[in-house]
Write a protein that binds this ligand. Structure first.
Ligand code: G6P
Ligand code: ZN
Length: 561
């Protein structure tokens, strides 16, 4: 039976502007009449018509509330817009790294990822839609700007209303859309990704290490999926493939509201993991965010590995991972607010190190050009050029590989690293859901102050420590590959000793403004101090320069990482 395409009249919605990582809004915003339809149509229209026609797309998300409905809607809209084939995760479930992997393996035109990442889920919380391009990475600025521009003038969208689809069963369905074939393949959510990890790491070796076959002592792990999408992947990889005991994994059933958890792997929101590992007898603790691209690593007694250090340590031990033995080691990269620990490893190994704006999309061009193989962000993102997204499970497998390779505990690995390279003490203060207006004013005022001619050279003193300003600016970045420019990516003050204060507004929130204050302070010798103590003087200086308490009315951050 041939199904017909319907053209539905619509009017634009304001604010369909993708942020750092896709469009994120409350579920209630997405479920307004035609809201999701408009945005999906604009995503498709932002592609070249010739490329879209006959294309393959990947569709899936983190299983949060509204994922399944949105996935079904997307199938109907894609069918009406000339897409030839969709690969849809069973029940609409695919982790963000899995989507990236699938796009690349299937040479698809792209993927539509249904996630608001680490933002809470459920009917009262957030939903999100993000487009990834054919390299598997988040769409670049030019593309998302086009989506936004189209969303302001949209007049109609196309839909095959009569298309019935059951995405709860794996299998292939063939349709005839106005005389043209259209295929929907509902795929096992984990199979492709698990195979990919098997190609990257030495699973046989890791199985001996994790299960304890080699040592007689199984690795004591606590892996927390925080009720997000990684649950199914974690069970297959760590339990079935690597032989870990059931008790090593928790919260592995994806839930539409993440069981009420805030699925963000950091010291505040993964408190359950931190407390359990602090009390118990574990070698490694790890958590992921809702869509599986973020990770947090802690060692025995909840010894915290900052994401900046995690990146540097993995860079140092890349030879422990077969993928890099085979494909070679190109350059490294980090986002601007990320502490520069990896720069020191890069320097030692004679590798290029890039500093890009916040957002994984900025790594893609460098990877595609063969200049970058490992990168990370302070926001709990670590990954490599095996895909074009950060990858939480990959990061844990990398850490376990390093532990196996060195035979050392996480704490000892870090201490040894600092003894060689020195230590970048780092912290981030988040002030969530502030009023937008005063925050914009604060940023504008601070920018004016720190870019004034007499600011460089000024000294600031607090807690007996003095810092002299070397330079300060609003970070702008020119992509070394395509020369595109991203301006206003965050205020930064760099001091003579290399310490830094960085301040920016988050691009991933769904309401109000979140201020992020990043403090990075390097010590060559004094590497065993407590981060909160070591960084206190610089934090106070940052609060003084920015006048944050005055502008936001906040005397304390909501989250410290
Ligand atoms: C997402 C992106 C990251 C980015 C992070 C923080 O996770 O994928 O690349 O670092 O958001 O963004 P924000 O703008 O909220 O600081
Ligand atoms: Zn995420």
């Amino acid at each position: 039976m041939s199904l017909s395409v319907e053209t539905v009249q619509t009017t634009p919605y304001e604010g369909q502007k993708p942020g750092t990582s896709g469009l994120r809004k409350k579920v209630k915003v997405f479920t307004q009449p035609n809201y999701t339809e408009n945005f999906v149509q604009c995503i498709l229209d932002a592609n070249e018509a010739a490329a879209l026609n006959g294309s393959t797309l990947i569709v899936g998300g983190d299983g949060r509330y509204y994922c399944k409905e949105a996935a079904e809607l997307i199938v109907r809209i894609c069918a009406a817009n000339g897409v030839a084939k969709l690969l849809v995760g069973q029940n609409g479930i695919l982790s963000t790294p899995a989507v990236s992997s699938l796009i690349r393996h299937n040479k698809a035109l792209g993927g539509i990822v249904l996630t608001a990442s680490h933002n809470p889920g459920g009917p009262e919380n957030d939903f999100g839609i993000k487009f990834n391009c054919e390299n598997g990475g988040p769409a670049p600025d030019a593309f998302t700007n086009k989506i936004h521009q189209l969303s302001t003038i949209i007049k109609n969208y196309k839909l095959v209303r009569g298309l019935q689809i059951d995405i709860s069963k794996v299998g292939v369905s063939n349709y005839d859309i106005a005389g043209k074939p259209f295929v929907v393949e509902v795929i096992d959510s984990v199979a492709d990704y698990v195979q990919h990890m098997e190609e990257i790491f030495n699973f046989a070796k890791l199985r001996e290490f994790v299960s304890g076959k080699a040592t007689g002592k199984p690795l004591k792990m606590r892996i927390d999926s925080m009720n997000g999408v990684t649950g199914a992947y974690v069970r297959e990889i760590f339990l079935n493939r690597l032989g870990a005991a059931e008790a090593c994994v928790v919260h592995t059933t994806p839930q539409p509201d993440f069981g009420g958890l805030h699925p963000d792997p950091n010291l505040t929101y993964a408190k359950d993991l931190v407390d359990t590992v602090a009390k118990g007898d574990y070698d490694i603790g790890a958590a992921f965010d809702g869509d599986g691209d973020r990770n947090m690593i802690i060692g025995s007694k909840a010894f915290f590995v900052t994401p900046s250090d995690s990146l540097a340590v993995i860079a140092h031990y890349l030879e422990a991972i077969p993928y890099f033995q085979k494909n070679g080691v190109q350059g490294f990269a980090r986002s601007m607010p990320t502490a520069s620990a990896v720069d020191l490893v890069g320097k030692r190994l004679g590798k290029e190190v890039f500093e890009v704006p916040t957002g994984w999309k900025y790594f893609g061009n460098l990877m595609d050009a063969g200049r970058l193989c490992l990168c990370g962000e302070e926001s709990f993102g670590t990954g490599s050029n095996h895909i074009r997204e950060k990858d939480g499970i990959w990061a844990v497998l990398a850490w376990i590989s390093v532990m196996q390779h060195t035979g050392k505990s996480i704490e000892d690995i870090l201490k040894q690293h600092w003894s060689v390279y020195g230590r970048n003490y780092f912290t981030r203060y988040d002030y969530e859901e502030c009023d937008l207006e005063p925050c914009n004013e604060m940023m504008a005022t601070m920018e004016q102050n720190i870019t004034a001619a007499d600011f460089a050279g000024k000294s600031f003193t607090s807690g007996g420590k003095s810092y002299k300003v070397k330079e300060a600016d609003n970070f702008s970045y020119t992509d070394p590959v395509d020369k595109s420019v991203a301006t206003k990516q965050g205020l930064r003050i760099v001091f003579e000793d290399g310490s830094r204060i960085v301040m920016r507004l988050s691009g991933t929130g769904s309401s109000g403004a979140t201020v992020r204050l990043y403090i990075d302070s390097y010590e060559k010798e004094n590497v065993l101090g407590q981060a909160s103590v070591m960084l206190k003087p610089l934090i106070d200086i940052a609060l003084e320069i920015s006048q944050l308490p005055k502008f936001t009315g906040r005397s304390a951050p909501t989250v410290i990482t």
